[in-house]
Design a protein around this ligand. Structure first.
Ligand code: FMN
Length: 242
């Protein structure tokens, strides 16, 4: 937990007066951000090594860019069900799902939250928890008001617009640590990555836009979802909309 907390991000009014802009020189920024890392920067890459072709845009694996701005449209619940389908148990005879999981632990829990009143949604509660084995959605009790959720994910002054739903990938720590101890934490993070990538591709398939989002404070998000923040670590949030 101590290690995890070092990666936490505090976005709250109480720290607005103590946040500073960095003063790094431009050459340092260009070296340490973006673009590729050459192990041998002094070798001429035009002659050394084979050349590759990029994925064809017609490939089912060709993803859309992350959405920069979501408009106010809502999503039909049928589309939301389609988005979640790659995360479910694949067939009746097996407990295996549409993504790999180290030791088949499946230690990442999925919460689907309605952020827009324009969505078609099956119940007054705004947060649903995925039961991938049962292929059901469990209603998070008393989650009638999504304002805490919106405040936790989309802090004031953001320029991302109005995402319709947020999918939260939360690592459930008791399961994560039980079999593989510390290494389980690394494995769970990777599992979350393979889950959101499938949902990202499914968004394209159903004509929706998506963006991964890490600009939140874990405790605020857990509180908004009624989860114990010592047991559930929200690894990332996927914003989805039109
Ligand atoms: C784990 C993860 C967290 C991210 N968090 C944020 C975020 O908090 N805010 C944001 O604007 N973009 C976020 N992004 C989106 C990246 O900025 C984006 O993927 C990157 O700029 C590459 O652009 P592309 O996705 O359009 O190819 C995140 C992406 C990932 C994979």
């Amino acid at each position: 937990m101590e290690f995890h907390n070092k990666g936490n991000f505090t976005l709250h009014e109480c720290v607005s007066n103590i946040s500073l802009l960095h003063n790094f020189p431009a050459h340092l920024l260009s070296d340490l951000t973006g673009n590729e890392l050459q192990i041998y920067p002094d070798l001429d890459i035009t002659t050394a090594g084979p050349t590759l072709d990029a994925l064809a845009p017609s490939s089912p694996l060709y993803r859309n860019q992350s959405c920069d701005y979501f408009d106010t449209r809502g999503i039909a619940f049928e589309s939301i069900k389609q988005l979640l389908s790659p995360l479910l148990r694949k067939d009746e005879t097996s407990y295996k799902r549409g993504y790999p999981s180290a030791g088949a632990l499946y230690s990442v829990e999925v919460f689907c939250c309605s952020l827009s009143s324009n969505n078609t949604w099956p119940c007054p509660e705004k947060i649903l928890h995925l039961l991938p084995n049962s292929r059901k959605l469990e209603i998070v009790q008393n989650s009638y008001d999504n304002s805490q959720m919106i405040e936790a994910i989309l802090p004031k002054g953001n320029k991302i617009g109005n995402p319709s739903i947020a999918i939260v990938y939360a690592i459930y720590m008791p399961k994560t640590l039980f079999k593989y101890r510390y290494r389980g934490y690394r494995l769970a993070l990777m599992e979350a990555g393979s889950m959101y990538m499938l949902v990202d591709l499914q968004c394209k398939h159903v004509n929706l836009k998506s963006r991964q989002w890490s600009g939140y404070t874990d405790n605020m998000l857990c509180r908004a979802m009624g989860l114990n923040p010592t047991l559930f670590y929200p690894s990332s949030v996927q914003l989805i909309g039109g």
